[in-house]
Design a protein around this ligand. Structure first.
Ligand code: 2IT
Length: 447
């Protein structure tokens, strides 16, 4: 079976040259499926894996816009519609200079399994542009979003493909894109999620990803009879996901000692709590993409320029910045510091080599496609709210979110045990996510 899986990985590498992030997720997911394929030869016969690793559709398009100096700028936009076996394509849009086809495909592939794990009817998609929002004026952001949607609108729809936010795309960008879509199509629908509350957004969506991550971490610790109370936590990032994570960790009695940005990390010995959590929002809104001002404002904090927080001693590590922020050297430091739990908030924050090292050193890992699925789960609840022309209360949302996260953890743990991996949530999440999609694909014939 290992040989067969190698063949599929080779196909993906040959067909997608120069896209290491995509190769990385293919390798990580497919190798964990070996025992499942052993037990289900019908999947191999039906070409499930060959079909799964090839996106159903991918569009690349020009995004021309005019900056504040009157100069013409051109960016490249993307949308990958990866798999629609269990529902319409669903997944965020990322605006960052690092966005290219390999990043879009890795995110889209991960999204298939993540969305499946939620138990909700959503397929996998992802998109974005190589646009850098740092330092852009509000008017420039609006013009860019409008131009982006002027092409994207023909590929999406509330029953076809429902984008949301990701890095660089928050409520403001979603608002501009929603306005442009509505104008172009003359239809008021739930075509985007993560909208503002006054026009169809879901109360609770903003904090959903972070809250969900902490619920997932709580379940991981509970498996070993532990709680988050008085645990020290190293968090990376300072954006929406980090913010929700820090807020919920505080609520559950944990102490957050770090946050980070592209400029370095902040160590706060008193903990990131109270008004400091609100200050994270100010940092984000500044548009500068730096965390150093935190250490200038709060005396209990120290700034470490150009460094990541993985060298600090903590009970639990929660990366919430971006992909591949934990390399093997970081993993070694974490193990030296007695790390026992890693719960991934960002998508694919850990390299495969680092994952293996942490696993071999008995670190319990909550993989991102399971741990951060609360965001997209609440996006699907937002779709339901819009389709039903109704409004849900925050309490209704939080309760569903918590149940969904408990269930994702349970599914991953059970699938792992069933296929001989003991308590390995990385493998279990891949397997549980895969099985639902594979069954749906089997039922729908060769499409
Ligand atoms: O990575 C993710 O799951 C997201 N960026 C959210 C996707 C969504 O459709 O809410």
């Amino acid at each position: 079976m290992a040989k067969l899986v190698e063949q599929y990985i080779d196909i993906a590498k040959k067909r997608n040259p120069g896209e290491p992030e995509f190769h990385q997720t293919i390798e990580e997911v497919l190798t964990s499926l070996e025992p499942v394929l052993e037990a289900n030869p019908q999947y191999i016969e039906a070409g499930i894996l060959e079909r799964l690793i090839e996106p159903e559709r991918m569009v690349t398009f020009r995004v021309p816009w005019v900056d504040d100096e009157g100069k013409v700028q051109v960016n490249r936009g993307f949308r990958v519609q990866f798999n629609s076996a269990i529902g319409p394509y669903k997944g965020g849009l990322r605006f960052a200079p690092s966005v290219y086809s390999g990043v879009v495909k890795f995110l889209g592939f991960e999204q298939i399994f993540k969305n499946s794990l939620t138990g909700l009817p959503i397929g996998g998609g992802k998109g974005g542009a190589d646009f850098d929002p740092t330092g852009k004026s509000d008017a420039e952001i609006m013009r860019f979003c409008q131009s982006f949607m002027t092409e994207l609108y023909r590929h999406i729809g509330p029953e076809t493909d429902i984008p949301a936010g990701d890095l660089g795309v928050g409520a403001r960008e979603i608002g501009y894109m929603f306005g442009q879509y509505k104008r172009l199509v003359n239809e008021y629908s739930g075509v985007l999620t993560g909208k503002g509350i006054p026009y169809g957004g879901l109360q609770g969506r903003t904090e959903a990803t972070g809250y969900g991550i902490v619920f997932f971490a709580r379940e991981m610790l509970a498996h070993f009879g532990e709680t988050l109370e008085n645990k020290t936590v190293a968090v990376s990032g300072f954006g929406n996901v980090a913010w929700g994570t820090v807020a919920k960790l505080n609520e559950l009695g944990a102490k957050v000692i770090t946050i980070s940005g592209p400029d370095g990390y902040v160590y706060d010995e008193d903990g990131v709590s109270g008004e400091k959590i609100d200050y994270m929002l100010e940092l984000r809104a500044s548009g500068k993409n730096i965390v150093e001002p935190y250490a200038k404002k709060f005396k209990s904090a120290k700034f470490f320029k150009g460094e990541k927080p993985w060298g600090v001693k903590a009970d639990l590590y929660i990366p919430c910045a971006t992909q591949n922020e934990i390399h093997i050297e970081d993993a070694k430091k974490m193990v030296e510091n007695g790390c026992r739990y890693l719960c991934e908030g960002a998508n694919m924050p850990t390299t495969n080599e680092a994952l293996q090292f942490l696993h071999d050193n008995k670190v319990v890992i909550g993989p991102s496609k399971a741990a951060n699925a609360g965001g997209v789960a609440c996006s699907c609840i937002e779709m339901g709210q819009n389709a039903g022309h109704t409004v849900f209360t925050p309490a209704q949302v939080y309760e569903q979110l918590e149940q969904i996260m408990i269930n994702i953890h349970k599914q991953a743990a059970e699938a792992s045990a069933k296929y001989g991996y003991d308590y390995d949530l990385v493998k279990g999440a891949n397997i549980a996510g895969f099985l639902r999609v594979a069954e749906a694909m089997m039922a729908q014939g060769i499409v």
